[in-house]
Design a binder for this molecule. Structure first.
Ligand SMILES: Cc1cc2nc3c(=O)[nH]c(=O)nc-3n(C[C@H](O)[C@H](O)[C@H](O)COP(=O)(O)OP(=O)(O)OC[C@H]3O[C@@H](n4cnc5c(N)ncnc54)[C@H](O)[C@@H]3O)c2cc1C
Length: 379
């Protein structure tokens, strides 16, 4: 137990929260909580603490669209062009395995998981044709990697309600979850497993002193044998990690719409836009490609131009002729890099970074937590 300066903690508070922990996780998004839960599963008696700067988790895990997805054709074909092929399929497998862990851990009912498929919409005839030409190859690779049959199929004839859409490809193995349910159930599970979570604690510096790690914050100094930094888009504020930067994403949701027929998750324009149904509403996000520099920020705020662009696409492309009202808008912060594979590495003797989840952290996050916990246990 250490002496605190300027902070009037009681003996009891010091004993509960400022003793030395076996593991402290910074960040209570899906990766932080999954790391803590996976570590508990293998270490029944460990003292585990999760520290979160927000009153709620304040990055991406409570802000996302809830797509349970692992790869749309344009994204995979782009990645095959720009990344090492082995890494592309390993990342797809990680997303699939992550979803399996998440579904097993929390249960489909608790997640409100719906296997309604993922659709890629094309506004370019040329791109659609190119994807169709490569569909057999993608299906063979997915079959070899994930053991899933006939994943992608041409679906143009079945979907006609969107304006200006030249083609549609279905991924029949994708689905959707309720993001709020996922996070609330992860928090409850962590607490059931006697993992302490403190909100409103922003870590400002990490000192790895070889035998222990000291974490500085306005609320005092926390101490642990091992630390996992699961701060994703905020990683650079604490760590010297390369190739991970923040990427802000804009979202809106409509009020319930009468007789809404749309069901499933939809990617549009190379995945830069995405929408889905939820409780008779449309949730619609994206447009980061319009202002990539402005959106490379950790500031949670609305971008008026991008929100206006979402309004136009919603009215003209997604819901032409339908009466609706937008009820609410928000933004979230992702962690992205040139490489799509997450970083799960020690940055010093006792501090491990588990960051860079990209646009599919709901999928990959639980597996990243499992790998991070294993690496800590083995260290
Ligand atoms: C709008 C949007 C839509 C998305 N849609 C999808 C989707 O449909 N499907 C999908 O798979 N993925 C989606 N994603 C991506 C996915 O949400 C993320 O990849 C995932 O949530 C990342 O989880 P994480 O735990 O790594 O990071 P986060 O959830 O960002 O958690 C990091 C936490 O660290 C905390 N933190 C940061 N700095 C500090 C500090 N110094 N001290 C203490 N705490 C700190 C933050 O407050 C935050 O809560 C979307 C993301 C966004 C923003």
């Amino acid at each position: 137990m250490q002496k605190m300066q300027n902070v009037n903690y009681s003996y009891w508070e010091l004993d509960q929260y400022f003793k030395s922990f076996d593991l402290i996780v910074i960040g209570s998004g899906i990766v932080g909580l999954s790391t803590a839960i996976s570590f508990r599963e293998k270490n029944k008696k460990a003292q585990i603490l999760v520290l979160e700067k927000g009153v709620l988790p304040s990055g991406a895990s409570t802000k996302n669209a809830g797509f349970a997805c692992f790869g749309s054709p344009t994204e995979l074909l782009d990645d095959l062009k720009n990344m090492n092929e082995k890494n592309v399929w390993e990342t797809v497998l990680m997303r699939w395995k992550g979803l399996e862990i998440l579904r097993k851990r929390l249960g489909d009912k608790n997640l409100d998981f719906k296997p309604w498929g993922g659709y890629e919409l094309f506004d370019s005839e040329r791109e659609y044709e190119f994807c169709l030409e490569n569909l057999d190859m993608l299906n063979r690779k997915i079959s070899a990697t994930l053991h899933l049959k006939n994943t992608y199929s041409d679906f143009k004839k079945n979907i006609t309600q969107f304006k200006g859409i030249k083609g549609v490809i279905l991924n029949r193995h994708e689905g959707q979850i309720n993001t709020g349910n996922m996070m609330q159930n992860l928090i409850s599970l962590a607490q059931e497993k006697h993992i302490r979570i403190l909100n409103g604690i922003s870590i400002s510096a990490i000192h790895d002193e070889s035998k222990q790690v000291k974490l500085q914050s306005d609320a005092g100094t926390f101490t642990a044998k091992k630390v996992v930094v699961a701060t994703n888009g905020f990683a650079k504020q604490l760590l010297d990690v390369k190739d991970v930067k923040p990427a802000r994403a804009q979202v809106l949701i409509t009020k319930p719409i009468k007789n809404l027929k749309l069901k499933g998750t939809f990617h549009y324009h190379k995945g830069y836009y995405y929408f889905r149904n939820i409780n008779d509403r449309i949730l619609f996000g994206g447009g980061r490609n319009l202002e990539p520099e402005t959106e490379t920020t950790t500031e949670i705020a609305l971008n008026e131009n991008i929100q206006k662009n979402l309004d136009i696409l919603l009215k003209e492309m997604i819901l032409p002729g339908v009466k609706y009202e937008v009820e609410h808008r928000w933004s979230g912060i992702m962690g992205v890099g040139n490489e799509k594979k997450p970083i799960i590495e020690f940055v010093s003797k006792n501090v491990l970074a588990a960051v860079r989840m990209g646009g599919m952290g709901v999928a990959i996050g639980s597996l990243v937590g499992e790998i991070a916990a294993k690496k800590i246990k083995q260290s």
